[in-house]
Design a protein. Structure first.
Length: 321
């Protein structure tokens, strides 16, 4: 007798149409304002996601390996404190880390993935269904801050946000996100947050500017995304990847900078923009944290830290409402 694992339910709150519309609006706004700031969301099409996977295997990119090790060492302990019957993972993440968590979780009944990308969810769930046949699995295609209300599952959730992705938010977006999480948590439910910590700029820059140019390719890919989606004519050969430590804001700042003046046409938006040589298009920030300030910030948003584990490079913070 063959055992059929049921197909996980996926709720779609963001459609492809919505994404296309949002990209158009974001590009229009980014090109019309100065400095030009694009949302990092558009870096992660299927090509960008594959390039990010390649980044996680690069020697200088320590955050991935460090967090994986920290999870391996502390998942059981964190789960024992949180006692969840449901894990809700924000961002599909690497299923490798998800598995580390699920392997250590006793008495878990539900796993739910929330991601802006339908394909990320579609890729993650089937493998998990095979490995954890007794878990009820589901997915939500939605936005981290706006659609948490759709993640009510089980009785006692642990909402998991790993990879330092919270560092990609600007401070006001981060506050909105923390508040949205706090509001969505029922008593005794928790947030498990993975963050990257402030360290010597030399190591940070090395992690975001690898000699093989994988991070450069990942960053430049966003121009290909815009070219394809909006019929634009960014010439990728004229743009360089720049990764700089912004000491004032304690974050890595990734941008694309043209070596010579560029006239860029975005046909489907019917706009034309002039970039001067060296004028940046900002594509991603990656904020690095200090634990005391982060804990204060969480408290200020209604989230009480209950456990912190760290190896000095990255940290996992467990917080309850
Ligand atoms: C997984 C989104 C948090 O900021 O370190 C890696 C993305 N960008 N190298 C990070 C990223 C360039 C990564 N996040």
């Amino acid at each position: 007798m063959t055992h059929q694992t049921p197909t996980p339910r996926v709720l779609t709150l963001l459609t492809e149409d919505w994404a296309a519309q949002a990209l158009a609006e974001d590009v229009r706004r980014a090109l019309a304002t100065s400095p030009h700031i694009l949302s990092p969301r558009w870096l992660y099409d299927s090509c960008g996601s594959a390039l990010f996977e390649a980044i996680t295997r690069l020697e200088p990119y320590y955050p991935f390996r460090a967090e994986r090790q920290l999870l391996a060492d502390h998942a059981a302990e964190l789960l024992a404190v949180a006692c969840p019957d449901a894990v809700v993972e924000l961002g599909a993440g690497s299923s490798e880390k998800t598995r580390q968590l699920l392997d250590a979780a006793e008495g878990l009944e539900h796993f739910m993935a929330l991601d802006v990308s339908a394909s990320a969810i579609g890729d993650a769930l089937p493998g998990l269904a095979q490995r954890y046949p007794s878990l009820s699995l589901s997915g939500v295609v939605g936005d981290f801050s706006e659609h948490l209300h759709a993640t009510v599952v089980g009785e006692r959730r642990m909402v998991v946000f790993l990879g330092g992705t919270v560092g990609n938010f600007y401070p006001d977006e981060r506050r909105d996100f923390f508040r949205a999480v706090a509001e969505s948590l029922r008593p005794a439910e928790s947030l498990l947050l993975g963050v990257d910590l402030v360290k010597e700029p030399r190591r940070l820059v090395a992690a975001y500017d690898d000699p093989q140019g994988v991070t450069a390719a990942f960053n430049k890919n966003v121009l290909a995304v815009v070219n394809r989606a909006l019929d634009a004519d960014f010439d990728l050969r004229d743009w360089s990847h720049v990764a700089r430590w912004d000491a004032e804001h304690q974050r890595m700042a990734l941008s694309l900078v043209p070596s010579t003046a560029q006239r860029v046409r975005v046909k489907s938006l019917d706009i034309e923009v002039q970039f001067e040589a060296g004028e940046a298009l900002h594509t991603e920030i990656s904020t690095k944290f200090r634990l005391p300030a982060l804990q204060d910030e969480l408290r200020g948003c209604g989230l009480a830290p209950t456990r912190v584990v760290t190896d000095g490079d990255v940290a996992l913070v467990l917080a309850t409402r």
